[in-house]
Design a protein around this ligand. Structure first.
Ligand SMILES: Nc1nc2c(ncn2[C@@H]2O[C@H](COP(=O)(O)OP(=O)(O)OP(=O)(O)O)[C@@H](O)[C@H]2O)c(=O)[nH]1
Ligand SMILES: [Zn+2]
Length: 206
């Protein structure tokens, strides 16, 4: 079975709709399950609020990488473009609690020099972050969509994140950071380019 989340091209009729009424009913049910009274004053608006919050933090499910990478320029720039420290907030698909950190996204444009706006790299991270995720899949989806849509010659994506499911509960190891990377194309085959990217990511230029 193909994973619908990793399929970048979707027809509009395939884009899931956020069902507010259903989400509200589910939150109300959860409040009952934990022994709360959903009809007490402080909780009356909570199902609607939580539904709105979930619509926001899962909005990537209703967006596609193609939508955000539509703005491209042919600048003839064929060298590496790298944006470091893109803040990200995602949701662990196992526990539905946040994981948060930064993404570093770099690519070597196509020989035509087709590049995208810098903000679009951050938007692309959000498309895949704002949905139930695992960090590994988030990392590969960002890398693969840049290879595919921008026809980049090489891509590197490194994500460093802290998972609240490991800090607020469970093993409770605050500060443990998970680092994942996805390296594609010439970033994989050209060791010097990859080393340059890694040193930019590690040290920064500030
Ligand atoms: N590989 C990977 N694992 C993740 C990610 N987010 C959460 N997990 C892990 O998913 C696992 C789920 O393990 P389970 O044993 O099914 O669930 P659990 O009993 O709640 O596990 P604990 O968290 O160890 O209490 C845990 O080890 C989590 O740390 C992620 O992005 N990638
Ligand atoms: Zn988790």
């Amino acid at each position: 079975m193909t994973d619908p989340i990793s399929t970048p091209v979707r027809a509009p009729e395939d884009v899931p709709v956020f069902d507010h009424a259903r989400a509200e009913a589910a939150v109300r049910e959860l409040l009952v399950a934990i022994g709360e009274d959903p009809d007490r004053e402080g909780l009356l608006e909570t199902p609607a609020r939580v539904a709105r919050a979930y619509a926001e933090v899962t909005q990537g499910l209703r967006q596609s990488a193609e939508e955000v990478l539509t703005t491209t320029f042919d600048l003839g720039h064929e060298e590496m473009v790298l944006v470091r420290d893109i803040e990200l907030w995602s949701m662990c698909e196992h526990h539905l609690v946040p994981f948060t950190g930064v993404a570093h996204v770099g690519y070597i444009p196509a020989v035509t020099g087709k590049i995208t706006g810098l903000s679009k790299l951050a938007r692309l991270v959000d498309v895949y972050a704002k949905r139930p995720q695992v960090q590994e899949r988030l990392t590969t989806q960002v890398a693969d969509s840049l290879m595919e849509i921008l026809e980049a010659r090489g891509v590197i994506v490194v994500i460093e994140a802290e998972h609240l499911c490991m800090t607020m509960r469970g093993v409770r190891k605050a500060g443990a950071r998970t680092i994942t990377s996805a390296v594609r194309g010439t970033m994989l085959t050209d060791q010097a380019t990859r080393a340059e990217a890694m040193s930019l990511i590690r040290s920064g230029t500030r």
